[in-house]
Design a protein around this ligand. Structure first.
Ligand SMILES: *Cc1c(COP(=O)(O)O)cnc(C)c1O
Ligand code: SF4
Length: 431
């Protein structure tokens, strides 16, 4: 199968979109000037229910939606488009709007780029001691872009927003110098957009003796949902699987960190075939996704998704809270609602699906999970804890925030019980 890609110019051409009103389509086009839009023929032909747009969750997941921009910004871009403003001018305005949308959430650029011999090592992030993230240059795109994407700034505009390593040499030197690292997480974008032989340049060296301390290689990918053919009937599908087998044969663990936002993505025959083929190599598939308003903000969606995943041998891993970036104003959900959805879904699945942890905020100090809402004495609080901390000592200490029904992110929360600061703000940070 060959994959065809669709971008902004196709918003006017795609016949399926004609059922939407003219104003809806103009607004979609306006949003796509600011936030990246790309989808593909697999998504269009297999995942979207065109009789149910604009409500269909996969449509909302990949096509720009009018509510993604604040109304006054949307009107401004629409006005520019309708008055045939020069492209360069529209791009200038769009670029300014992007800079106001928190393009680098959780201090990804300032805090997590490590140094080796005093030099910054580009294209990697090292936040938690045991895991290093690698961003291969050729993997900084995706088979389709999610409208909520937290790495959206990689797909647009200026180079300063981008984040990638050009060759695998620099990070190898870094890993050799950091024996406490057990996990390498290859991420993007989506590393599975790379050809097998390119992906091998990153993975194969890690199988050598000097990397004995690396016990797990993880690959973060959305390809299992957006393009499962990648593992079934593409030209180098079998080479990919052979590469996976090689990792396993070397006695390492290979974890495919599969991004699924909705059960609709996992139920097509070809998607199940991809899972089967990946698992036959000895790799495990762990699944994760954020909770998104209008896409999966309903416990039944998660229940059905987690059940399908377990049936197919995948391991549910994280339910994230939508990050404070890009179009988050449209997708975000109050933390209390996120916790209610998580709890309602987890109650209804077997223990084998309760490996899913959430709702988790991947924030500057670490990964913080909302354990629940409690009343202690007269005070209603959120009970929170770190699953990962910039300082490992923070991990799994319960702490409290004043209950706030509107809070959607860590930055909205205040310490509970009259405390001035959260405990981790008082402790020395060695990260
Ligand atoms: C989530 C994350 C990891 C991996 O954390 P696990 O709990 O081991 O899955 C590593 N680095 C960064 C920056 C992360 O956000
Ligand atoms: S797959 Fe991940 S990186 Fe790619 S667009 Fe979706 S959220 Fe962003």
């Amino acid at each position: 199968m060959t994959l065809r890609f669709y971008g902004v110019e196709d918003l006017e051409k795609l016949p399926q979109l004609k059922v939407l009103s003219e104003s809806y389509r103009v607004a979609m086009k306006a949003v796509a000037q600011v936030l990246p839009f790309r989808t593909n023929s697999y998504v269009i032909e297999n995942l979207i229910d065109w009789d149910n747009i604009p409500e269909d969750p996969i449509f909302r997941l990949t096509f720009p939606q009018p509510e993604m921009l604040a109304p006054q910004l949307l009107s401004k871009i629409i006005w520019l488009l309708e008055n045939n403003s020069p492209k360069a001018h529209i791009q200038e305005i769009a670029s300014h709007i992007r800079s106001t949308l928190n393009p680098h959430p959780a201090g990804q650029v300032e805090y997590n780029i490590p140094t080796l011999d005093g030099q910054r090592v580009p294209g990697i992030q090292h936040k938690y001691p045991e895991t290093v993230l690698i961003f291969p240059t050729a993997g900084q795109t995706c088979h389709a872009y999610c409208t909520f994407c937290f790495r959206w700034s990689q797909f647009v505009g200026s180079d300063s927003f981008k984040f990638a390593t050009r060759e695998s040499g620099t990070f190898q030197a870094y890993l050799q110098n950091h024996k406490q690292v057990t996990d390498v997480l290859i991420t993007g974008g989506d590393p599975m957009v790379m050809q097998a032989r390119h992906l091998a340049l990153y993975i194969e060296p890690l199988l050598n003796k000097e990397f004995e301390h690396i016990q797990t290689i993880r690959i973060g990918t959305k390809s299992v949902a957006y393009y499962p053919n990648r593992f079934v009937d593409e030209q180098d599908s079998d080479d990919i699987l052979r590469l996976f087998e090689k990792v396993i044969a070397q006695g390492k663990h290979l974890a495919i960190m599969a991004h699924y936002d909705h059960w609709k993505e996992i139920e097509p025959e070809i998607a199940q075939q991809a899972i089967k083929r990946i698992r036959n190599t000895g790799a495990e598939i762990r699944t994760q996704a954020p909770l998104l308003r209008t896409i999966n903000d309903n416990p039944e969606v998660w229940q059905r998704m987690w059940n399908s995943q377990v049936r197919l041998g995948c391991i549910p891993y994280y339910m994230f809270v939508q990050r404070d970036t890009g179009a988050s104003r449209h997708f975000e959900i109050p933390l209390v609602r996120a916790w209610e959805i998580y709890q309602a879904a987890i109650q209804k699945v077997s223990g084998l699906a309760r490996t899913a942890r959430g709702p988790v905020m991947s924030a500057l100090p670490g990964k913080i999970v909302v354990d629940g809402v409690a009343k202690v004495g007269d005070e209603k609080v959120f009970v929170l804890s770190f699953l990962q901390g910039r300082n490992p000592d923070w991990c799994r200490r319960p702490f409290f925030a004043k209950f706030d029904e509107n809070a959607t992110w860590l930055s909205d929360l205040k310490p509970g019980f009259g405390e001035k600061e959260f405990f981790y703000e008082l402790m020395a940070c060695n990260g």
